[in-house]
Design a protein around this ligand. Structure first.
Ligand code: GUN
Length: 295
C-alpha cells in the first residue's frame, strides 16, 4: 500500500485558522501583532519568500512591513535598520532574509537583533535556549514546523528513532534539539547524518522517522528508507522540466515515487513542509506580541 500523504498544506491551514482568533483577541486588547521582513538585494527566490511571508501575515490580520534595501547597502546601514526595528513598538518580531550579499557579515547582523524579537530563532541566544530545552525560546520556523507536522499527523515521536540527514543551522541542528527536548513533541532518540557519515544508507534505514534536509534533488532513494518509516522531506529543489510552463518544477530531497512504496507516511513537495514554515513564523510573531503585551 502506498504511503499516506502528510499534507502540510492542510495542517498549516488548520493552524492558521487557530491563530486567527488569537490575533483578534490581541487586537481587542489594543495590540496588533507586527512582523517586519528585511530584504537586501534582488535574489528572486528571496523576493518570493518575502512576499509570501508578508501576504500570510496580512491575511491573518497582523501588521506587516517589508523593508527592501539595495544590494549595495553597507553593513552599517543594515545594522541601523535592525536598530530601528528593535526600537519600533509596532514591530513585535522581525527577520533579515538570508542569504545576505557577500560584503555583509550575517553573524554580526543576526547578533544585533533583539532576541525577544528574533522570531526566526537565528540569534545565538535563541539557538542556545532551544538547545537546552527552554520552552520560551523561539525555535527556527522550519524545524518547528516539522515538529508540529509530526504531532498533528499522529506520528509517535516519543521513544522513536529519528534520523536527520543534514546538519545545517537552519534545519538539521535545531531539529535535533527540538526532538530531544524532554516534553511533548520530543523524547526521541536522534541521529544526525551529514556528508562525512559512513555507510549513510545503513544509518538512514535505522530511522522510524527520517527527516531529510540536505538540498539535493532526489538524494534519498527507496532502499535508504526503513519499511514503514515516516519520511519528512524538507528539500525544495528546482529541476529543469521543459514540459512545465516555468521550465522547471520543484522536487524534494527524497525520490518521492520510490519512497512512497516503502514508507508508511510521507510529505509531498510542494505542499509538505513549506507551508508549515511560514505558519510557524506567524506563530512565533504572535508569541512575541503576547509576551510584549504581558511586559
Ligand atoms: N532564507 C531561507 N530560509 C530562511 C529563513 O527561514 N529565514 C531567513 N531569515 N532567511 C531564510
Amino acid at each position: 500500500m502506498p504511503a499516506r500523504i502528510i499534507s502540510g498544506k492542510d495542517i498549516a491551514a488548520e493552524m492558521r485558522a487557530e491563530l486567527e482568533p488569537q490575533v483578534v483577541e490581541l487586537k481587542q486588547r489594543g495590540i496588533t501583532p507586527g512582523l517586519a521582513v528585511v530584504l537586501v538585494g534582488e535574489d528572486p527566490a528571496s523576493q518570493v519568500y518575502v512576499r509570501m511571508k508578508a501576504k500570510a501575515c496580512e491575511k491573518l490580520g497582523m501588521h506587516s512591513e517589508t523593508i527592501t534595501l539595495p544590494e549595495a547597502t553597507t553593513e552599517d546601514e543594515l545594522l541601523a535598520t535592525v536598530d530601528r526595528l528593535n526600537a519600533n513598538p509596532a514591530i513585535h518580531g522581525f527577520l533579515v532574509q538570508l542569504p545576505l550579499p557577500d560584503h555583509i557579515d550575517s553573524e554580526r547582523v543576526l547578533l544585533r537583533i533583539l532576541p525577544t524579537k528574533d522570531v526566526d530563532g537565528f540569534h545565538p541566544e535563541n539557538v542556545g535556549r532551544v538547545a537546552v530545552g527552554d520552552p520560551t525560546a523561539f525555535p527556527p520556523a522550519t524545524p518547528f514546523g516539522v515538529q508540529h507536522l509530526l504531532m498533528r499527523s499522529g506520528v509517535q515521536i516519543d521513544g522513536s528513532h529519528v534520523v536527520i540527514v543534514g546538519r545545517s543551522n537552519i534545519v538539521g541542528r535545531p531539529m535535533a534539539s527540538l526532538l530531544l527536548q524532554r516534553r511533548k513533541g520530543g523524547n526521541a532518540t536522534v541521529t544526525v547524518c551529514h556528508s562525512h557519515t559512513k555507510n549513510l544508507p545503513d544509518v538512514t534505514r535505522l530511522g522510524d522517522i527520517l527527516i531529510v534536509a540536505i538540498g539535493k534533488a532526489n538524494f534519498v532513494t527507496g532502499d535508504m528508507i526503513r519499511p514503514g518509516a515516516v519520511v519528512i522531506d524538507v528539500g525544495t529543489n528546482r529541476v529543469d522540466d521543459p514540459a512545465s510552463e516555468k521550465g522547471y518544477r520543484l522536487v524534494g530531497d527524497v525520490d518521492f515515487e520510490a519512497a512512497q512504496q516503502v514508507a508508511s507516511a510521507i510529505t509531498p513537495v510542494p505542499g509538505g513542509v513549506g507551508p508549515m514554515t511560514i505558519t510557524m513564523l506567524l506563530y512565533n510573531t504572535l508569541q512575541a506580541a503576547r509576551r510584549w503585551a504581558e511586559n
